[in-house]
Ligand binder design. Sequence first.
Ligand code: SAM
Ligand code: MG
Length: 213
Amino acid sequence: MIVDERMLDYILSLDRDESPLVRTIEQEAVRDYVPIIRKESRNLLKVLLKIKKPGAVLEVGTAIGFSAVLMAECLTGDSHITTIEKYEKRIPIARRNFQRAGMEEKITLLEGDAAEVMKGLDGPYDFIFMDAAKGQYIRFLPEVLRLLAPGGLLVSDNVLQDGDVVESRYAVVRRNRTIHSRMREYLWTLKHMDGLETMVLPIGDGMTVSVKE
Ligand SMILES: C[S@@+](CC[C@H](N)C(=O)[O-])C[C@H]1O[C@@H](n2cnc3c(N)ncnc32)[C@H](O)[C@@H]1O
Ligand SMILES: [Mg+2]
């Protein structure tokens, strides 16, 4: 059975409220047109984090730190999040949000292009959340897989998002209505890679969960 919009509204209405700070950051992201993880995808992320209980988390694509704070709230003990962002305007806002959350110790923000930054990391990470520029996931994959611990989870967001940009004027972006061509390549690669088991989930605009054997 296909989940239609009314059913999705009902499912989301069952959710408990998120923390006041998470709600505030969400409102600020919406106000400033900052893309953040969709509500229905957040649930999966939270459940996976609570099952996996990762010691080390890596996020590719911080934006203003919404998902990093959300994830940090799911972690216990000494676990730590490293998150990477290259957009200079968003970095100070993310840092401020980590301060507001009292999580400057728990979350480390690394600045720069993720492909370059990851080359300087050793890992291993038990949990990697991929949520940067959709056309670049395939470029990030070799480093991401190097950094992922055996038994580690790779969660990738927005993998079924509408396709390539065919027209872009100011804030109006028109995309063709098939899955992004680089994302098709990414999905195919995940599905056919030895030592990786991947499930594609039609949640939000698509998520994958991969486990490294
Ligand atoms: C969808 S937003 C991240 C949302 C965030 N994870 C959340 O849910 O709150 C994607 C972010 O990735 C950043 N980004 C895109 N390409 C990047 C790259 N090559 N290296 C680092 N950051 C990148 C963008 O600047 C943007 O802020
Ligand atoms: Mg996303």
